[in-house]
Design a protein around this ligand. Structure first.
Ligand SMILES: Cc1ncc(COP(=O)(O)O)c(C=O)c1O
Length: 386
């Protein structure tokens, strides 16, 4: 049996390397004790019901608490009949691509976009097409041109996958005027927006902007959210807010009919964490820890890379997007950076056409404490000196 079959976790640290390539949480920030106690309370309270096949949309206690929470952190709270629980955003994206597209449909994404979302989309045989972004996010005018160009050639353009809030990999949030413009365009053109809202809870400077879902008429936006970033990725628990008709379609999907609700036990544990206030306290702690890390990373960039790179300062999420000056190639620099003892994700990974983004790279500040982040950037500076 090969080692990967026996490994316990996805991320395996490489000795001597501070790896800013992975968007994973620091293990120190995962609430082991709190979740152990919440799990015990769930088993005491619900007994065998906690271990039965769950109701298709997910257990009521989590849906109820989630609707209240979204009322606090978004502009609008969903009705319970518009919510279905998922196994997180990767699962939700896979499921919704199955439900909403047919092979060879055009699915639009941002350029750059979350690279693993492209992999999920491509599993469904759809054609993935990128629309350019700038420092305010997706360029909605360019989106309109792309849609028109494909429709003129009789392609079906059904879906836009977007991360409008604390984007992966750029950290940018779509501006308010563009949010409105985007929603109006999608409504007029009957394009479904699949809004990946993975980072909403991780807002460091001010509350996250209103979701596209909260701004749109019913049926235009399907928002996917996850507890991977605000609680723990290993729970594989998240949610889909859409409208009652789509929620019913999800609940009638064969996988739900056959296996019941997704992550039933874990959903009850998350609900328990939510109603006791532990979830909110955990998010507060994450915000302050990640804010400190973001600031340490940005300070180290100013100290060590000034005049050799530019970067975007994120107001939330996990990532800083860096562009090397003098057209230096980030993929070519990577072996030198590894030799100095740090790593990152080259920018080309996040573009559908891989020649783009060659001088850019993504740094994740989620996994390491401030002093190690500063050390990683010192090492990146040394790699650039070489
Ligand atoms: C934008 C985005 N969507 C989805 C995911 C994965 O979400 P989940 O762990 O809930 O499957 C990530 C994780 O890095 C992400 O950055």
């Amino acid at each position: 049996m090969d080692q990967s079959t026996l490994a316990l976790t996805q991320f395996v640290p490489r000795p001597g390397i501070i790896d800013l390539g992975w968007g994973h949480p620091d293990p120190e920030l995962l609430p082991v004790k709190g979740l152990r106690e919440a799990s015990a309370r769930v088993l005491n309270r619900y007994g065998s019901d906690a271990l039965a096949y769950g109701s298709p949309a997910g257990p009521g206690p989590l849906i109820e608490w989630l609707c209240d929470r979204l009322g606090e952190i978004d502009a609008r709270s969903p009705n319970p009949d518009s919510v279905a629980l998922s196994a997180g955003n990767s699962h939700a994206l896979d499921l919704l691509t199955s439900l909403l597209t047919a092979p060879r449909d055009v699915v639009l994404v941002e350029g750059p976009t979350y690279h693993l979302a492209v992999r999920i989309l491509r599993n469904h045989g759809v054609r993935v097409v990128a629309v350019p972004t700038d420092t305010h996010g997706l360029q909605v005018d360019a989106l309109a041109q792309t849609v028109n160009a494909f429709r003129r050639r009789n392609h079906t353009v059904r879906l836009l996958y977007t991360v409008p809030t604390f984007h992966n990999p750029t950290g940018v949030s779509l501006g308010d005027a563009r949010r409105k413009q985007l929603v109006e365009f999608a409504e007029a053109e009957r394009i479904i927006i699949l809004e990946d809202d993975a980072y909403r809870e991780l807002a460091y400077d001010e509350p996250a902007p209103p979701s596209l879902w909260s701004l749109a008429r019913r049926g235009t936006v399907v928002r996917i959210g996850t507890f991977a970033k605000s609680l723990a990725p290993g729970l594989r628990t998240g949610f889909i807010t859409s409208d009652p008709a789509l929620t019913t379609r999800i609940c009638n999907w064969g996988m739900f009919a056959s296996g019941g609700g997704i992550s039933h036990f874990n959903s009850l544990v998350v609900a328990e964490f939510g109603v006791t206030g532990e979830y909110a306290r955990n998010v507060d702690q994450l915000r302050s820890a990640y804010r400190e890390r973001r600031d340490a990373l940005l300070a180290a960039l100013r100290d060590h890379l000034d005049a050799r790179a530019t970067w975007l300062s994120p107001a939330g999420g996990y990532f800083v997007w860096l562009s090397l000056l003098d057209a230096r190639d980030a993929a070519a620099l990577l072996p030198l950076a590894n030799a100095e003892g740090m790593s990152y994700m080259p920018g080309t990974k996040f573009f559908v056409r891989s020649q783009k983004g060659s001088s850019s790279l993504r740094l994740a500040f989620s996994r390491y404490p401030p002093d190690e982040l500063a050390e990683a950037i010192r090492r990146l500076g040394r790699a650039l000196d070489r």
